[in-house]
Design a protein around this ligand. Structure first.
Ligand SMILES: Cc1ncc(C[n+]2csc(CCOP(=O)(O)OP(=O)(O)O)c2C)c(N)n1
Length: 562
């Protein structure tokens, strides 16, 4: 047992939890903690970001790329409230985080003290747990619980508000890992074996099954079981945006990505299948379109670790509460091979239709311009499908999801649930720090890049070797696309006058290049990928390119435009 300050107890707790990287930004109220960190510099890598929202997105990128819990620090008041968008983003995308924000001293709480913001009330709806530490003696127990909650069951963010008096008080430090209380433990694997038998029977009987995988597959480490089950039963797989990369894009049973800007085949297959095996996905509106006309002929098996997701949007014929990997292993044992070649022919036919109507057109080479799809395609070819692709939000995101190739899991990091512009650049920094051996490419729009452009300072100071690609269409492209298609082309405030991105890169000492013609693209991408440190590639793209296929908002999946 060691008698230490609250601040040291907190850092010792982080060490106990295996934390080695912290993203943060100091300020008055958190100064005692940063002062303690000064003595622990050899044990932690602290990344000084340029905005607290960036700290959270970086921690998200780190968590998504590594599977570990992301950790970030911010001071009280504005530092803490700057984190809220990132925390909400992590909540919707089930990303495990522990966010530590400082708080004014206990006897000043509720007095509108300088930089006082009630972070508990603010974050309750966007965290799995938020708690205010008011005594140093609470630190070890609260931190153990925070890490347990962040990573258990369906992962998510935890916020710990750390009052200044608790930072400074002395306490005896003893750490013991959190022991789950019973109801939490049970939720991990509550399924009954009769449900497994029923699932196997439904799958074995089905002529046209479709396995839909979400991020839950990645979070539970069920990637190889998904492939095993699909191959054993001859079952096609489709992925949600968040499930992308769980299964290699080249797998013959992988039919593509679902949803609003997904591929034609899996969307059409949803409407034509007789069984959906939904694994670790939540039937988001972006995936279902009009729910009342969703999958009209299908019976539905829904496997999820979060009870609240079962029967929330789509009524399941067989809801199974449990961990995806454990449940799928059981199901795989009972599934038999059935020749579903005709069903796979259906998928192939739709792929050909999409190739003819969309892909070939977008990839068609025009001498004096470059399309966004071509840039993503070139990066995919040059990177061989091994890179981690981090996107921002908008057309850049949808093109990245559709034209990238993925060989490995945890290779697409994107803001799915909240759709947070400004996510891409800091998330890519965090991902690169988490998996330095991998190539990490951030594909961003000119709008989203400028929402977190200040993080170039972090990249410069910490020499983070992330590759930044700006698809510069001088528009808030996705909103412009909707204005073109659904608002009579009335481009209300979506045209952007942009700065010289080359000069910005130069100011941050980041090597850069601008491409305006297709013939320059290949060499520029190669140069970027071969550059050992950070690199910024701006591609001036066609201004009014659209992402297709597209299921218009509120339409049924049958109404897909391509
Ligand atoms: C913080 C935030 N503000 C606004 C939006 C709404 N929005 C979604 S996509 C988009 C356009 C993005 O433009 P850009 O970053 O240039 O990317 P592009 O679509 O052109 O690839 C906007 C404004 C959002 N998702 N997030």
């Amino acid at each position: 047992m060691k008698n230490v300050r609250g601040t040291e107890a907190l850092l010792l707790s982080l060490l106990e939890e295996g934390v080695d990287t912290i993203f943060g930004y100091p300020g008055g109220t958190i100064m005692p903690l940063y002062d303690e960190l000064f003595s622990y510099q050899d044990r932690f890598r602290h990344i000084l970001v340029r905005h607290e929202q960036g700290a959270v997105h970086a921690a998200e990128g780190y968590a998504r790329a590594t599977g570990k819990v992301g950790v970030c620090f911010a001071t009280a008041g504005p530092g803490a409230t700057n984190m809220v968008t990132g925390i909400a983003d992590a909540m919707l995308d089930s990303t495990p985080l522990v966010c530590i924000t400082a708080q004014v001293t206990l006897d000043k709480l509720g007095t509108n003290f300088f930089q006082e913001a009630d972070m508990i009330s603010i974050t309750i709806p966007v965290t799995k747990w938020s708690y205010q530490i008011t005594k140093a003696s609470e630190v070890a127990g609260v931190m153990a619980k925070a890490f347990y909650i962040a990573k258990s069951g369906r992962p998510g963010p935890v916020l710990i508000s750390f009052t200044r008096n608790a930072q400074l008080e002395m306490t005896d430090f003893v750490y013991s890992f959190h022991k789950p209380v019973r109801f939490m433990e049970r939720s991990q694997n509550l399924f009954k074996f009769s449900l497994i038998d029923k699932a196997c029977e439904m799958i074995n009987r089905s002529e046209r099954p479709l396995m839909i995988i979400g991020q839950g597959v990645i979070l539970s480490g069920a990637e190889s079981v998904v492939v095993e089950l699909a191959e054993k039963g001859h079952i096609p797989i489709a992925s949600t945006l968040m499930g992308i990369s769980a299964v290699p894009s080249s797998h013959p049973l992988f039919t593509g990505n679902l949803g609003m800007h997904g591929n034609l085949a899996p969307n059409m297959m949803t409407q034509a299948c007789d069984l959906i095996l939904a694994v670790g996905m939540r039937f988001s509106d972006r995936v279902t379109g009009d729910v009342s006309r969703y999958a009209p002929n299908a019976r539905i098996i829904h496997i999820d670790i979060d009870k609240a997701e079962l029967n929330k949007v789509v009524k399941a014929d067989l809801p199974i509460l449990g961990d995806a990997k454990t449940v799928l292993e059981q199901i795989t044992a009972g599934v038999v091979f059935k020749d579903r070649s005709e069903w796979m022919d259906f998928a192939r036919e739709k792929w050909e239709m999409e190739n003819d109507s969309v892909i070939n057109r977008l990839l068609e080479i025009k001498e004096n311009s470059v399309s966004m799809a071509q840039v993503v395609d070139e990066i995919a070819n040059a990177g061989g499908g091994d890179a981690v692709i981090v996107t921002d939000v908008g057309q850049n995101q949808m093109f990245s999801a559709r034209y990238s190739k993925f060989n490995k899991t945890r290779s697409l990091i994107t803001s799915g649930g909240l759709g947070t512009m400004g996510f891409g650049l800091p998330a890519a920094m965090g991902a690169k720090l988490g998996v330095p051996e991998r190539q990490v490419v951030a594909i961003l729009g000119d709008g989203g890049f400028q929402m977190s452009v200040q993080e170039l300072g972090t990249i410069m100071q910490s020499q983070i070797g992330v590759k930044i690609v700006i698809l510069n269409n001088s528009f808030l492209g996705m909103v412009r696309q909707w204005q073109e298609l659904f608002f009579d082309k009335r481009y209300s405030f979506t045209s952007m006058v942009n700065p010289d991105f080359m000069k910005i890169a130069e100011a941050y000492e980041i090597p850069s290049q601008r491409v305006v013609r297709h013939c320059e693209l290949k060499d520029a991408v190669r140069e970027m990928l071969e550059c050992p440190g950070p690199y910024l590639l701006e591609v001036v793209t066609e201004r009014e390119e659209n992402v297709f296929p597209m299921v218009p908002s509120g339409a049924s999946l049958d109404g897909i435009i391509y």
